[in-house]
Design a protein. Structure first.
Length: 543
């Protein structure tokens, strides 16, 4: 391995590229480590990193940092001399000791230390006693660390996956929400799908070939039990990653199972079709002005509020449902929303358009009549008092906003059958796309509250976002959509109950203004005369 250059950058920090990681697109990219600012310390840290990487290179023809080894590497780069390992919840002392011994065998250059030394010592004593009582002959030829302690039963694949799910529930538990977080729930769903597709078998039967067969099942895009079609490539990539994480967990767990040799050489690239390539290269969908006008016209006040938060602030379902009262600053000279995007831990600011301000005030005024203890300080509430962002009894996110959105699309498609049936987050795509056209990539990235606003990922650590440019772009977009949004002068007006589509209602009223008799209108539109009379009378009541 050639000697690495340890020159500090302009900020005095010494960075080094070492080894390879797999990107989200399953490509190889160099891993980058921060070795600090002292050149002597950096050289020592680099030496330890290189020793670890050499071990990984020896064990695979296609060496990569995985989640576990990359975490160790980052800690070595910070200068940690010992890697503390804690016992897992409900882990027996002998299992803890055995896991520590396996780590020491696999990575002999790393100084692993038990964070609970008493538990480790107790476990070692138990293992020693077991060896003395049941394997005296073997103990004469093999060290304690080399002996694999037998269990009455190694268990099965599905049993281990159930235990893995229990571990996920503990590891990804959100104390603030008192529930497993979204990332954890996604993992649990993926593991349940793995169980559906992979035949249960004893863990003792899972060798290199068996593991390769499991990965191959998803490499070759199996038929989805839900859609009855071949799984999407992205879905298979996610299942393969979770399967690999499961095996890593299993290897370090209390189960009597170890990763087979050459495990890292198992292929994980998912089969790619021509359709996948075309789909990935295609432009993302964005709404036209005419389509935005139809969404605004056919919507209820709540629909319009969701719509404007998507266009004005580039909010998706999650950001819209999570909006808090304290994040909406309407009493300023220039009202705005100021919030932290939890997923990225990034500050977002959004200048509020006039219709957005009107609808946010409407939501605040109606809120007291619905609010309950469960409402917390979420701004937008259902009539039941529940917030639109919440966890259901089974731990999944509520789908109220997507359901509102789908009902809005259905109303539009009654009159406009070719209106695109796309997801709510297409509003976010449209907003970011329009801002990018107006002000370029950096402002669009800030508007979308992305973590990195430029190719220099460290820039945000040393400078503030150009908020004036962001607000200017948001005001320009408001002006460009002004004529579209004027189709509904007062966005808080609740439409009367509709017995027919909006297009037919407008057609009835247009013919009525031309003094066409009601029965003739009914004949032309192919509806009952009573519907014509009810529509005309309802319109007169509104005026």
């Amino acid at each position: 391995m050639r000697k690495k250059s340890l020159k500090p950058d302009q900020n005095g920090v010494i960075w080094v590229n070492l080894g390879w990681k797999e990107t989200k697109g399953q490509k190889r990219s160099q891993a980058k480590f921060n070795l600090g600012e002292n050149e002597t310390d950096a050289q020592r840290r680099l030496t330890r990193l290189e020793e670890l990487w050499e071990q990984i290179e020896k064990s695979s023809k296609n060496p990569l940092w995985d989640e576990f080894t990359f975490e160790i590497a980052k800690r070595l780069a910070k200068g940690e001399l010992q890697i503390k390992v804690a016992p897992e919840p409900n882990e027996d002392a002998d299992d803890y000791a055995q896991r520590m011994n396996r780590l020491g065998r696999r990575y002999p250059t790393i100084n692993f230390a038990a964070s609970d030394y008493e538990a480790y010592r107790s476990g070692q004593d138990e293992l020693t006693e077991f060896v003395q009582d049941t394997a005296a002959a073997a103990a004469e030829h093999f060290s304690l660390e080399a002996i694999r302690v037998a269990r009455p039963s190694d268990g099965t694949l599905h049993q281990a996956m159930d235990k893995y799910i229990e571990w996920i529930k503990r590891e990804y538990f959100d104390q603030a929400e008192q529930h497993v977080n979204d990332n954890g729930m996604t993992k649990i769903r993926q593991v349940k799908t793995l169980k559906e597709h992979l035949t249960d078998r004893p863990l003792s039967n899972i060798d290199y070939q068996a593991a390769d067969d499991m990965f191959a099942h998803f490499r070759h895009r199996p038929i989805s039990r839900r859609t009855k079609k071949a799984m999407k490539r992205k879905s298979c990539q996610n299942y393969i990653k979770e399967l690999a994480r499961f095996f890593d967990w299993l290897d370090l767990s209390s189960y009597n199972w170890e990763l087979p040799e050459r495990f890292n050489r198992i292929k994980r690239r998912v089969d790619e079709s021509d359709h996948d390539i075309v789909e990935e290269a295609a432009d993302i969908f964005t709404f036209s002005d005419e389509q935005i006008g139809l969404l605004y016209k056919y919507g209820t006040p709540l629909d319009r509020l969701f719509l404007l938060l998507g266009l004005n602030c580039a909010f998706g379902v999650d950001q819209t449902g999570r909006l808090r009262i304290s994040e909406v600053l309407l009493d300023r000279d220039h009202p705005l929303i100021r919030r932290i995007r939890r997923k990225k831990k990034v500050l977002g600011k959004h200048y509020l358009w006039k219709p957005t301000q009107v609808l946010l005030r409407w939501a605040l005024e109606r809120r007291p009549q619905y609010a309950t203890e469960e409402s917390a300080d979420f701004l937008i509430l259902k009539q039941s008092g529940k917030p639109f962002w919440r966890k259901t009894s089974n731990g999944n996110r509520a789908r109220d906003i997507p359901n509102y959105w789908n009902r809005l699309l259905s109303r539009i498609r009654e009159d406009h059958a070719d209106f695109p049936k796309v997801g709510f987050n297409s509003l976010r795509d449209t907003s970011v796309h329009r801002i990018r056209e107006i002000a370029g990539e950096e402002v669009a990235s800030i508007h979308a509250t992305h973590k990195h606003h430029s190719p220099d990922e460290n820039l945000r650590r040393y400078s503030n976002a150009p908020w004036k440019r962001v607000f200017k772009a948001q005001r320009i977009l408001e002006r460009r959509l002004q004529s579209v949004l004027q189709v509904v002068p007062d966005p808080t007006i609740v439409p009367k109950q509709a017995y027919i589509s909006l297009a037919k209602r407008e057609q009835i009223l247009s013919l009525h203004r031309e003094n066409v008799p009601a029965r003739q209108i009914a004949k032309e539109i192919h509806i009952h005369p009573s519907t014509v009379y009810r529509t005309i009378n309802g319109s007169e009541d509104q005026t």
